[in-house]
Design a protein around this ligand. Sequence first.
Ligand code: AMP
Ligand code: ZN
Length: 119
Amino acid sequence: MNNCLFCKIIAGEIPCKKLYEDDDILAFFDIKPAAPVHFLVVPKKHINNLLELDSQDSLLAGRLLYRASELAKEQGCGEKGGRFIINAKSDGGQTVDHLHIHFIGGRSLRPKLASIFLG
Ligand code: AMP
Ligand code: ZN
């Protein structure tokens, strides 16, 4: 078993506030929300980050984006929108080395708050 936090959440070893699950994808609320709506969408398959995506992962990557979009709408952010973020590796500020899409919404992130995920 690897030592990945999100793999442990996927395996049920660490609890999460689950939002969605299917055979390939898990979505859960971020433990430290940056906005009223802040969830993460992750592949169940361990992929370190977006820079390490294989060609056979392209369908999965598309499904992750689609699910993030659907869940953002379900969370009431379809009309006003929000921000979809994928941090990658050290310069990107990635702290958990398992590919994940953030969605943050439910409040205005422009322009004063735009720096939250821009560093
Ligand atoms: P990143 O900085 O893009 O790697 O984002 C990692 C995110 O995971 C951060 O927003 C954390 O707040 C979040 N996080 C860390 N541990 C947990 C956890 N146990 N459950 C839910 N979210 C978590
Ligand atoms: Zn993992």
